[in-house]
Design a binder for this molecule. Structure first.
Ligand code: AQP
Length: 333
Protein backbone atom coordinates (compact mmCIF):
# COMPACT_ATOMS: atom_id res chain seq x y z
CA UNK A 1 0.00 0.00 0.00
CA UNK A 2 1.30 3.49 -0.86
CA UNK A 3 2.38 5.41 2.19
CA UNK A 4 2.64 9.16 2.74
CA UNK A 5 5.80 9.61 4.76
CA UNK A 6 6.84 12.65 6.79
CA UNK A 7 9.77 12.93 9.16
CA UNK A 8 12.17 15.57 10.37
CA UNK A 9 15.61 16.01 11.87
CA UNK A 10 16.75 19.03 13.87
CA UNK A 11 19.69 21.01 12.50
CA UNK A 12 21.46 21.08 15.83
CA UNK A 13 24.83 19.75 14.65
CA UNK A 14 26.66 16.49 15.37
CA UNK A 15 24.26 14.19 13.51
CA UNK A 16 25.24 10.75 14.68
CA UNK A 17 24.89 7.01 14.20
CA UNK A 18 21.71 7.01 16.36
CA UNK A 19 20.06 9.49 14.01
CA UNK A 20 21.23 7.36 11.08
CA UNK A 21 20.09 3.94 12.35
CA UNK A 22 16.99 5.23 14.17
CA UNK A 23 15.78 7.53 11.41
CA UNK A 24 17.72 8.44 8.25
CA UNK A 25 18.55 4.88 7.07
CA UNK A 26 14.82 4.10 7.26
CA UNK A 27 13.95 7.28 5.34
CA UNK A 28 16.08 5.96 2.48
CA UNK A 29 14.46 2.50 2.55
CA UNK A 30 10.97 4.07 2.51
CA UNK A 31 11.88 6.43 -0.32
CA UNK A 32 13.12 3.48 -2.34
CA UNK A 33 9.69 1.82 -2.32
CA UNK A 34 8.45 3.47 -5.52
CA UNK A 35 4.79 3.83 -4.49
CA UNK A 36 5.61 5.96 -1.40
CA UNK A 37 5.46 9.78 -1.29
CA UNK A 38 8.11 11.11 1.06
CA UNK A 39 8.70 14.50 2.67
CA UNK A 40 11.87 14.93 4.76
CA UNK A 41 12.22 18.14 6.69
CA UNK A 42 15.13 19.92 8.34
CA UNK A 43 13.15 21.11 11.35
CA UNK A 44 14.85 24.44 12.04
CA UNK A 45 11.83 25.86 13.92
CA UNK A 46 12.25 23.01 16.39
CA UNK A 47 15.97 23.77 16.74
CA UNK A 48 15.34 27.27 18.16
CA UNK A 49 13.46 25.88 21.16
CA UNK A 50 17.00 25.88 22.59
CA UNK A 51 19.22 28.91 21.94
CA UNK A 52 21.16 28.67 18.68
CA UNK A 53 23.97 30.77 17.27
CA UNK A 54 22.59 32.22 13.97
CA UNK A 55 25.67 31.42 11.87
CA UNK A 56 25.96 27.93 13.30
CA UNK A 57 22.26 27.32 12.69
CA UNK A 58 22.63 28.31 9.04
CA UNK A 59 25.58 25.91 8.67
CA UNK A 60 23.73 23.15 10.47
CA UNK A 61 20.68 23.51 8.19
CA UNK A 62 22.94 22.93 5.18
CA UNK A 63 24.82 20.13 6.93
CA UNK A 64 21.58 18.31 7.80
CA UNK A 65 20.35 18.61 4.21
CA UNK A 66 23.77 17.39 3.00
CA UNK A 67 23.52 14.42 5.41
CA UNK A 68 20.10 13.48 4.02
CA UNK A 69 21.42 13.53 0.47
CA UNK A 70 24.74 11.83 1.27
CA UNK A 71 22.82 9.05 3.04
CA UNK A 72 20.76 8.36 -0.08
CA UNK A 73 17.73 10.64 0.04
CA UNK A 74 17.24 11.75 -3.53
CA UNK A 75 15.70 15.23 -3.98
CA UNK A 76 14.22 14.14 -7.31
CA UNK A 77 12.24 11.40 -5.51
CA UNK A 78 11.55 12.99 -2.10
CA UNK A 79 10.78 16.53 -0.97
CA UNK A 80 13.67 17.91 1.12
CA UNK A 81 13.24 21.37 2.65
CA UNK A 82 13.75 23.36 5.81
CA UNK A 83 10.70 24.03 7.92
CA UNK A 84 11.04 27.82 8.27
CA UNK A 85 10.54 28.19 4.50
CA UNK A 86 6.91 27.10 4.90
CA UNK A 87 4.82 29.49 7.05
CA UNK A 88 1.97 26.95 7.30
CA UNK A 89 3.99 25.04 9.93
CA UNK A 90 3.87 27.98 12.35
CA UNK A 91 0.26 28.80 11.54
CA UNK A 92 -0.87 25.19 11.87
CA UNK A 93 1.02 24.86 15.12
CA UNK A 94 -0.83 27.81 16.66
CA UNK A 95 -4.21 26.39 15.68
CA UNK A 96 -3.33 22.95 17.04
CA UNK A 97 -2.01 24.45 20.29
CA UNK A 98 -5.62 25.51 20.87
CA UNK A 99 -6.69 21.86 20.45
CA UNK A 100 -3.97 20.20 22.55
CA UNK A 101 -4.57 20.10 26.32
CA UNK A 102 -2.11 21.19 29.00
CA UNK A 103 -2.52 17.83 30.72
CA UNK A 104 -1.36 16.03 27.57
CA UNK A 105 1.75 18.18 27.25
CA UNK A 106 2.54 17.87 30.95
CA UNK A 107 3.08 14.16 30.40
CA UNK A 108 5.78 14.55 27.73
CA UNK A 109 8.99 13.03 29.05
CA UNK A 110 11.28 14.69 26.48
CA UNK A 111 10.33 18.14 27.84
CA UNK A 112 11.13 16.98 31.34
CA UNK A 113 14.52 15.64 30.22
CA UNK A 114 15.45 18.67 28.12
CA UNK A 115 14.16 21.31 30.54
CA UNK A 116 16.03 19.63 33.38
CA UNK A 117 15.58 20.82 36.93
CA UNK A 118 14.92 24.45 36.07
CA UNK A 119 11.62 24.19 34.16
CA UNK A 120 10.78 27.85 34.84
CA UNK A 121 13.65 28.89 32.57
CA UNK A 122 12.77 26.58 29.65
CA UNK A 123 11.32 28.30 26.58
CA UNK A 124 7.58 28.08 25.93
CA UNK A 125 8.62 26.71 22.53
CA UNK A 126 10.32 23.72 24.15
CA UNK A 127 7.09 22.98 26.02
CA UNK A 128 4.89 23.09 22.92
CA UNK A 129 7.49 21.40 20.69
CA UNK A 130 5.25 18.32 20.25
CA UNK A 131 2.39 20.49 18.96
CA UNK A 132 4.63 21.93 16.23
CA UNK A 133 5.67 18.36 15.46
CA UNK A 134 1.99 17.39 15.15
CA UNK A 135 1.40 20.28 12.73
CA UNK A 136 4.41 19.22 10.65
CA UNK A 137 2.97 15.74 10.22
CA UNK A 138 -0.74 16.56 9.89
CA UNK A 139 -0.26 19.27 7.25
CA UNK A 140 0.99 16.62 4.83
CA UNK A 141 -1.71 14.02 5.63
CA UNK A 142 1.22 11.75 6.50
CA UNK A 143 0.08 8.17 7.04
CA UNK A 144 3.42 6.95 8.41
CA UNK A 145 6.19 8.66 10.39
CA UNK A 146 9.57 6.91 10.68
CA UNK A 147 11.24 7.91 13.96
CA UNK A 148 13.48 6.56 16.69
CA UNK A 149 11.96 5.08 19.82
CA UNK A 150 12.35 8.39 21.75
CA UNK A 151 9.65 10.04 19.60
CA UNK A 152 6.93 7.46 20.26
CA UNK A 153 5.16 9.58 22.88
CA UNK A 154 5.11 12.65 20.62
CA UNK A 155 3.47 10.62 17.89
CA UNK A 156 0.77 9.40 20.26
CA UNK A 157 0.09 13.04 21.12
CA UNK A 158 -0.12 13.87 17.41
CA UNK A 159 -2.78 11.17 16.97
CA UNK A 160 -4.72 12.54 19.97
CA UNK A 161 -4.62 16.07 18.55
CA UNK A 162 -5.84 14.87 15.13
CA UNK A 163 -8.71 12.91 16.68
CA UNK A 164 -9.76 15.77 18.97
CA UNK A 165 -9.77 18.25 16.08
CA UNK A 166 -11.91 15.90 13.96
CA UNK A 167 -14.33 15.36 16.89
CA UNK A 168 -14.51 19.01 18.00
CA UNK A 169 -15.36 20.20 14.50
CA UNK A 170 -17.37 17.13 13.59
CA UNK A 171 -15.34 16.43 10.48
CA UNK A 172 -14.29 12.99 9.39
CA UNK A 173 -10.62 12.29 8.70
CA UNK A 174 -9.67 15.91 7.91
CA UNK A 175 -6.62 15.35 10.06
CA UNK A 176 -5.18 11.90 9.51
CA UNK A 177 -3.84 10.21 12.68
CA UNK A 178 -0.46 8.86 11.54
CA UNK A 179 1.12 5.50 12.30
CA UNK A 180 4.59 5.58 13.84
CA UNK A 181 7.19 3.50 12.01
CA UNK A 182 9.57 2.47 14.77
CA UNK A 183 11.87 -0.47 14.12
CA UNK A 184 11.25 -3.42 16.37
CA UNK A 185 14.95 -3.79 17.08
CA UNK A 186 17.77 -1.25 17.36
CA UNK A 187 15.38 1.72 17.53
CA UNK A 188 17.41 3.32 20.35
CA UNK A 189 21.17 3.46 19.88
CA UNK A 190 22.98 4.13 23.12
CA UNK A 191 26.07 6.16 24.03
CA UNK A 192 29.40 4.43 23.41
CA UNK A 193 30.43 5.47 26.91
CA UNK A 194 27.28 4.50 28.83
CA UNK A 195 24.87 1.83 27.63
CA UNK A 196 22.05 3.32 29.74
CA UNK A 197 22.13 6.72 28.00
CA UNK A 198 20.82 7.50 24.51
CA UNK A 199 23.47 8.41 21.92
CA UNK A 200 22.87 12.12 21.64
CA UNK A 201 24.09 15.24 19.82
CA UNK A 202 24.34 17.22 23.00
CA UNK A 203 26.51 14.77 24.96
CA UNK A 204 29.62 16.72 25.97
CA UNK A 205 31.85 13.76 25.13
CA UNK A 206 32.51 13.33 21.42
CA UNK A 207 33.66 9.78 22.25
CA UNK A 208 30.05 8.93 23.18
CA UNK A 209 28.89 8.98 19.56
CA UNK A 210 29.94 8.26 15.97
CA UNK A 211 29.25 11.46 14.05
CA UNK A 212 28.20 11.08 10.44
CA UNK A 213 31.07 13.42 9.55
CA UNK A 214 33.72 11.26 11.30
CA UNK A 215 36.54 9.90 9.16
CA UNK A 216 38.02 6.40 9.32
CA UNK A 217 40.58 7.17 12.06
CA UNK A 218 37.99 8.74 14.34
CA UNK A 219 35.55 5.86 13.88
CA UNK A 220 38.22 3.24 14.62
CA UNK A 221 39.45 5.17 17.67
CA UNK A 222 35.92 5.64 19.09
CA UNK A 223 35.09 1.95 18.74
CA UNK A 224 38.43 1.01 20.32
CA UNK A 225 37.56 3.22 23.30
CA UNK A 226 33.88 2.20 23.48
CA UNK A 227 32.91 0.82 26.88
CA UNK A 228 32.40 -2.95 27.14
CA UNK A 229 32.52 -5.42 30.01
CA UNK A 230 35.07 -8.09 30.98
CA UNK A 231 33.00 -11.10 29.82
CA UNK A 232 33.20 -12.73 26.38
CA UNK A 233 30.35 -12.25 23.90
CA UNK A 234 27.47 -14.58 24.87
CA UNK A 235 25.87 -17.18 22.61
CA UNK A 236 22.27 -16.38 23.62
CA UNK A 237 20.31 -13.11 23.52
CA UNK A 238 18.99 -13.63 27.05
CA UNK A 239 22.58 -13.53 28.34
CA UNK A 240 22.78 -9.92 27.17
CA UNK A 241 20.50 -8.90 30.05
CA UNK A 242 22.33 -6.49 32.36
CA UNK A 243 25.01 -5.98 29.68
CA UNK A 244 23.79 -2.77 28.00
CA UNK A 245 27.10 -1.79 26.38
CA UNK A 246 27.56 -5.23 24.81
CA UNK A 247 23.96 -5.26 23.63
CA UNK A 248 24.34 -1.82 22.07
CA UNK A 249 27.51 -2.64 20.10
CA UNK A 250 26.05 -5.94 18.90
CA UNK A 251 22.84 -4.10 17.95
CA UNK A 252 24.75 -1.52 15.89
CA UNK A 253 26.55 -4.33 14.06
CA UNK A 254 23.32 -6.27 13.42
CA UNK A 255 21.46 -3.22 12.20
CA UNK A 256 24.12 -2.21 9.69
CA UNK A 257 24.44 -5.83 8.54
CA UNK A 258 20.62 -5.98 8.31
CA UNK A 259 20.59 -9.21 10.30
CA UNK A 260 19.11 -10.35 13.61
CA UNK A 261 21.09 -10.11 16.81
CA UNK A 262 20.82 -13.92 17.05
CA UNK A 263 22.74 -14.21 13.75
CA UNK A 264 25.42 -11.84 15.07
CA UNK A 265 25.73 -13.96 18.22
CA UNK A 266 26.19 -17.05 16.02
CA UNK A 267 29.13 -15.24 14.39
CA UNK A 268 30.75 -13.88 17.56
CA UNK A 269 29.42 -15.89 20.52
CA UNK A 270 32.29 -16.99 22.80
CA UNK A 271 34.77 -14.56 21.21
CA UNK A 272 36.30 -11.59 22.96
CA UNK A 273 35.43 -7.96 22.32
CA UNK A 274 38.69 -6.98 20.62
CA UNK A 275 37.97 -9.29 17.67
CA UNK A 276 34.35 -8.13 17.49
CA UNK A 277 35.38 -4.48 17.68
CA UNK A 278 37.71 -4.89 14.67
CA UNK A 279 34.79 -6.24 12.64
CA UNK A 280 32.45 -3.54 13.91
CA UNK A 281 34.94 -0.79 13.03
CA UNK A 282 35.35 -2.18 9.52
CA UNK A 283 31.59 -2.31 9.02
CA UNK A 284 31.11 1.20 10.37
CA UNK A 285 33.88 2.62 8.20
CA UNK A 286 32.40 1.00 5.08
CA UNK A 287 28.94 2.44 5.91
CA UNK A 288 29.80 5.84 7.37
CA UNK A 289 32.97 6.96 5.60
CA UNK A 290 31.31 7.32 2.15
CA UNK A 291 28.56 9.40 3.78
CA UNK A 292 31.07 11.56 5.61
CA UNK A 293 33.06 12.18 2.39
CA UNK A 294 29.91 13.04 0.44
CA UNK A 295 28.72 15.46 3.16
CA UNK A 296 32.04 17.32 2.85
CA UNK A 297 31.69 17.37 -0.96
CA UNK A 298 28.15 18.72 -0.83
CA UNK A 299 29.11 21.39 1.70
CA UNK A 300 31.58 22.81 -0.83
CA UNK A 301 28.63 24.03 -2.89
CA UNK A 302 26.23 26.07 -0.78
CA UNK A 303 24.29 27.36 -3.79
CA UNK A 304 23.47 23.82 -4.87
CA UNK A 305 22.24 22.84 -1.38
CA UNK A 306 20.25 26.06 -0.96
CA UNK A 307 18.55 25.47 -4.30
CA UNK A 308 17.55 21.92 -3.31
CA UNK A 309 16.02 23.27 -0.07
CA UNK A 310 14.28 26.14 -1.84
CA UNK A 311 12.81 23.91 -4.58
CA UNK A 312 11.67 21.47 -1.89
CA UNK A 313 10.21 24.39 0.07
CA UNK A 314 8.10 25.47 -2.90
CA UNK A 315 6.67 21.94 -3.28
CA UNK A 316 6.09 21.56 0.47
CA UNK A 317 4.43 24.98 0.66
CA UNK A 318 1.87 24.01 -1.98
CA UNK A 319 0.76 20.99 0.07
CA UNK A 320 0.89 22.54 3.54
CA UNK A 321 -0.71 25.85 2.61
CA UNK A 322 -3.68 24.06 1.03
CA UNK A 323 -4.19 22.04 4.22
CA UNK A 324 -4.04 25.12 6.44
CA UNK A 325 -6.64 26.80 4.23
CA UNK A 326 -8.92 23.76 4.66
CA UNK A 327 -8.41 23.85 8.45
CA UNK A 328 -9.09 27.61 8.65
CA UNK A 329 -12.32 27.24 6.70
CA UNK A 330 -13.53 24.52 9.08
CA UNK A 331 -12.69 26.68 12.10
CA UNK A 332 -14.71 29.61 10.75
CA UNK A 333 -11.95 32.01 9.72
N1 AQP B 1 20.16 7.48 19.99
C1 AQP B 1 19.20 7.37 19.08
N2 AQP B 1 18.82 6.15 18.65
C2 AQP B 1 17.85 6.01 17.69
N3 AQP B 1 17.23 7.07 17.11
C3 AQP B 1 17.60 8.31 17.49
N4 AQP B 1 17.19 9.55 17.12
C4 AQP B 1 17.88 10.48 17.84
N5 AQP B 1 18.73 9.89 18.68
C5 AQP B 1 18.60 8.53 18.50
C6 AQP B 1 16.18 9.79 16.09
O1 AQP B 1 16.72 10.69 15.14
C7 AQP B 1 15.67 11.50 14.60
C8 AQP B 1 16.09 12.93 14.59
O2 AQP B 1 16.28 13.38 15.92
P1 AQP B 1 16.42 14.94 16.17
O3 AQP B 1 17.67 15.44 15.58
O4 AQP B 1 15.25 15.64 15.67
O5 AQP B 1 16.46 15.15 17.70
P2 AQP B 1 16.85 14.39 18.94
O6 AQP B 1 16.07 13.14 19.11
O7 AQP B 1 16.66 15.40 19.99
O8 AQP B 1 18.39 14.05 18.75
P3 AQP B 1 19.40 13.92 19.91
O9 AQP B 1 20.67 13.41 19.39
O10 AQP B 1 18.79 13.16 21.03
O11 AQP B 1 19.62 15.42 20.34
P4 AQP B 1 19.75 16.01 21.77
O12 AQP B 1 21.11 15.68 22.23
O13 AQP B 1 19.57 17.48 21.54
O14 AQP B 1 18.67 15.40 22.60
C9 AQP B 1 14.42 11.23 15.43
O15 AQP B 1 13.57 10.37 14.71
C10 AQP B 1 14.96 10.53 16.65
O16 AQP B 1 14.02 9.60 17.16
Amino acid sequence: MAKKIFSGVQPTGNLHLGNYIGAIKNFVDLQNEPENNCVFCVVDLHAITLKQDPLELKNNIRETAATFIASGIDPTKSIIFNQSLVPAHSEGSWILSCIARMGWLNRMTQFKEKAGKDKEKASVGLYIYPVLMAADILLYDATHVPVGDDQKQHLELCRDIAQKFNNDYNVKDVLVPPEPLIQKQFSRIMSLKDGQKKMSKSDVSDLSRINLTDDKDKIVNKIKKAKTDPHPIPENVKDLDQRPEAENLLGIYSSLKRQSIEKTLEEFGGKNFSEFKNNLSELLVSNIEPISKEIKNLLNNHDHLDKILLDGGIKANEIAEKKVREIKKIIGF
